[in-house]
Design a protein around this ligand. Sequence first.
Ligand code: G6P
Length: 515
Amino acid sequence: AVHVREKLGNGKLYVVSNREPYMHVKQCSTVECVVPPSGLVTALEPVLQACDGTWIAHGSGSEDAAFVDEHDHLRVPPDDPRYTLRRVWLSEEEVSGHYEGFSNEGLWPLCHMAHTRPIFRVQDWEYYQQVNAKFAEVLVEEMRDTEHPVVFIQDYHFALLPRMVKNLRPDARVAIFWHIPWPNAEAFSICPWQAELLDGLLGADVIGFHIQSHCNNFLDTVDRTLEARTDWEQFSILRGGHTSLVKPFPISVAWDEHMTEQAENVHHGSLNGAGLKKDAEDSWNRLPDSDERLHSDLHRELGIEGKHLLVGVDRMDYTKGIVERLLAVEYLLDEHPWYLEKIVFAQIAAPSRTRVPSYIALKAQVEETVERINRKFEKSGWKPVILIERQCSHKEVTRYYKAADICLVTSLHDGMNLVSKEFLAARSDGDGVLILSRFAGAAQELRDALTVNPYDVRQVAEAIRTGLEMSPGERRLRIDRMRQQIKEHNVYRWAAMVLTDVCAVRIEGEVLADP
Ligand code: G6P
């Protein structure tokens, strides 16, 4: 965290995203403050807490003028203020055109290889431009007294914003991070406004993706679409005299030292070569009796004492492979009836983009599949699947992570996927198994997960079986290595790396301070 602050030096940080880190939801006469389910928010919030600055985001709780007035500029988190939240209020039409339409019916399925057809409406595109311009205006207003501000834009809702900001404030250093995959050039070319989107992005000094292959796809898309010079060695793009650096920055979660105490006691910090082997052997004998693990408070609360718990934690989104995961559980029970009454799969599915038709259809499909599977196998009070369709707090989700034998992340396609990393961070007991889709960016780093092709139901079922039957020693060995990876590559390091690159950018006409 200290590192992030250092990177900024005297520079002031402005972060822009569509989703806000705290939503004030009006419930009758009271206003409730909730943290939305968003990987982006999970990652960025600790960074802003560490280095202050201003976070500009769409104010989702706007109801009346008095509310808007009161909640325009806030210091947050509400109980321990550390940075400023500046809200931008959007009309119904703007939300529908920019957020639901162009961003989530157009760009989201365009960039995710999940075989949901993107929809591009002229009207949505107009709102997309309008909302990008509105954010540019607010940003410029916020930065009016700051020289050489550092602007860090987030995600596919704001592809046009980097160019707009640079035009208005050429002295600003601008980075944009694309939190979702970038598809191959041919796939991207179906977007009628691909040239405008690319040109908008190239206003940024630094363009970040999670993994190298997304960077390659981006360079190739630019190569085939725009007049620009792409440099495949430096991974930079020169257009109209301005250079943009294109780089992978794999995002992560905050690593909270006190969560790790217990695990540290187990592996003594030595995690490679012989040290690792020895630690694993040592810990073999120190494992809690496996029966004990099946009797957590959560097991009691759910009425599943003595059963093995599998968990999935996602937004209700068709890219997450929730239906495929359910089919894998069904396949396992069909093929290996030995597991009947012995396992329970709890799926937390936070409501998401609930007015978008493809999300409405997915919700119905998930519910039907859960009902069908439960009807098929239920036996003397036991049901194999528990579906929790609400947003759970971080604390609640952590209880599930800690009580689980296996965490299932089977995204059909995912930029990074932070659930996999949150699960690992939560396992301070140094135990648990992660099943991870090979199509999630996280699979590049988390080599000790059981990687699967989520479309291959048989393979996922087999991975569940392998996870359930894995020896405690192997479980510990794998999770120790992955936890170490996340501890070292946490979100502070991610932010520090992006900021290092953007702060190193030479701005024309800037007078450099004497060394
Ligand atoms: C993904 C996107 C984020 C977004 C999050 C939640 O992680 O990359 O930008 O905030 O999903 O989606 P929502 O539409 O609720 O903000």
